[in-house]
Design a protein around this ligand. Structure first.
Ligand SMILES: Nc1ncnc2c1ncn2[C@@H]1O[C@H](COP(=O)(O)OP(=O)(O)OP(=O)(O)O)[C@@H](O)[C@H]1O
Length: 217
C-alpha cells in the first residue's frame, strides 16, 4: 500500500547542512501498524511529514496505492492529504471555531466522503456523543485528543499517521486513547504509522522500527 524507497532529506542550518534522512526505505500494508521510535532529533517527524505529503524529501520515491507521491505538485499533494491520509498530531490541529460534530464532518466533507452512519459510530466509539455541540476549548485534553483522532479517520483514509498522539496525556488516559486509536484504525483497514517515545506503546503495534543516523533499523 505504501512503499518508501531511499528517502533523503538534508536541512540547511546555521551550522551547515544537516542530513536527517539518509536513505530510508519502508513498506506498509493495508491494515498493518508500525511504530517509529528514535532519539529526539533523529528525524521521526521529518519522515512522517514526508510520507504524509506535508513536506517533500530531497530524493527517493514514495508510492501510495500506485500513486507516485514524489512526482506530485503541491496541489496534487493536498488532494492526497484530503482524500487518502489522516494525521493525528500531539498539537491536535482542531478547528477552534467549529463544534465537535463539525470538526468531524468537515474532514469527511473535504474528502467528499460524507457518511453519517460512520460519523455517528465514530462519535459513539470516541465517547463524544454528548459533546457534539461543544467547541474544542470546552473539552478536556483527553476529549480533544479523541476529537483529533476522529478527524483523522472520519474520511476513512488509506493511511493514518500519528506523531506522538498521546504525548500530552497522563499515562492512563494515554493508554485508553491509544487503544481507541488502534481499534478504530483497525476498523477502517487503514495502514498505521505512529511516532512514539514510549517503548511500551510501540510494543502494542504490529512492527517496530527505529530511526538512527538517518537510517531505519
Ligand atoms: N525546517 C528545519 N530546518 C532545519 N532543521 C530542521 C528543520 N526541521 C527539523 N530540523 C532538524 O532536523 C532534525 C530532525 O528533526 P525531527 O523533528 O524530524 O526529529 P524527531 O526525531 O521528530 O525529534 P523529536 O523526537 O524531538 O520530536 C533535528 O535536529 C531538527 O532540529
Amino acid at each position: 500500500m505504501l512503499a518508501a524507497r531511499d528517502l533523503r532529506k538534508t536541512y540547511q542550518t546555521g551550522d551547515g547542512p544537516l542530513t536527517v534522512l539518509d536513505g530510508v526505505s519502508l513498506s506498509l500494508d493495508a491494515g498493518e501498524s508500525v511504530a517509529l521510535t528514535g532519539e529526539s532529533g533523529s528525524g521521526k517527524s521529518t519522515l512522517l511529514h514526508c510520507i504524509g505529503c506535508l513536506d517533500t524529501p530531497d530524493a527517493g520515491t514514495l508510492m501510495l496505492n500506485g500513486t507516485a507521491l514524489h512526482d506530485l505538485d503541491e496541489g496534487g499533494r493536498a488532494e492526497i492529504r484530503r482524500r487518502h491520509i489522516g494525521v493525528v498530531f500531539q498539537s491536535l490541529n482542531l478547528i477552534p471555531s467549529l463544534t465537535v460534530a463539525r470538526n468531524l464532518s468537515f474532514q469527511a466533507r473535504l474528502a467528499d466522503r460524507e457518511d453519517p452512519d460512520w460519523t455517528r459510530h465514530l462519535t459513539d466509539r470516541l465517547g463524544l456523543s454528548g459533546l457534539g455541540e461543544r467547541y474544542p476549548e470546552q473539552l478536556s485534553g483527553g476529549q480533544q485528543q479523541r476529537v483529533a483522532i476522529g478527524r483523522a479517520i472520519a474520511a476513512r483514509p488509506d493511511l493514518v499517521l500519528a506523531d506522538e498522539p498521546t504525548g500530552n496525556l497522563d499515562e492512563d488516559t494515554a493508554d485508553a486513547v491509544l487503544s481507541l486509536l488502534l481499534d478504530l484504525v483497525a476498523e477502517t483497514g487503514a495502514g498505521f504509522l505512529m511516532v512514539t517515545h514510549s517503548q511500551r506503546h510501540a510494543a502494542r503495534l504490529g512492527r517496530q522500527l527505529t530511526l538512527s543516523a538517518g537510517r531505519l533499523a
